[in-house]
Design a protein around this ligand. Structure first.
Ligand SMILES: [Zn+2]
Length: 187
């Protein structure tokens, strides 16, 4: 028996109270990775083979002697908030805040004990699907559903995304410029 070195003792962290309740956190990892390990997290992310091309990758992250995988993607357009017309497993309307330009699926065991997960992201029992796309001003697809800003700006005629929909008298709907029609002139 020997007394563990200081470094070994510090490597043991408490878990977040949600461990055992929820298995996944989705949001910007900067809210849930401990501050004193943030630079280590970024180094591992930047070292991912996929990072240069896609701005993301899988970070192998050790907590309490166990290695977890954190899937990280870049948040299209950088920082802001992604809203969804659905709730997480805690029953909260989903709003993903982004402050480090990233979105990730973080196993709950990796979430810092002090992190306020409900304010910054969403929690799930099952592994969520998370995809991001740069097109159309940026799209985030969570569990198969796209963010509100995308869904609320679709042309009612062709279904294409457009941030500048206009109401068209001729069709009686909000349409993109491609679908906009002049009203028939009265005889
Ligand atoms: Zn259209």
């Amino acid at each position: 028996m020997s007394i563990p070195a200081v470094a070994d003792r510090e490597a043991t962290h408490e878990y977040h109270e949600y461990v055992g309740v929820y298995d996944h956190y989705v949001g910007d990892p900067c809210y849930v990775i401990p501050n004193d390990r943030w630079s280590e997290f970024c180094e591992k992310l930047f070292a991912c083979e996929t990072y240069e091309k896609y701005g993301g990758g899988v970070v192998h992250w050790e907590v309490n002697g166990k290695t977890h995988q954190i899937g990280v993607q870049s948040s299209p357009g950088g920082d802001g908030t992604w809203s969804f017309d659905m709730q997480d497993d805690e029953g909260n309307d989903i709003e993903l805040c982004v402050d480090a330009g990233l979105l990730a699926d973080v196993p709950m065991e990796c979430v810092c004990p002090k992190a306020d997960v409900s304010d910054s992201g969403a929690v799930f029992h099952d592994e969520p699907s998370l995809e991001t796309f740069e097109q159309d001003g940026g799209i985030v697809e969570l569990n198969g559903q796209r963010n509100k800003e995308y869904l609320e700006n679709l042309c009612e005629e062709c279904g294409n995304h457009d941030f500048h929909l206009e109401f068209c008298e001729a069709t009686g709907s909000d349409v993109c410029w491609m679908c906009w029609q002049e009203e028939d002139e009265e005889e």
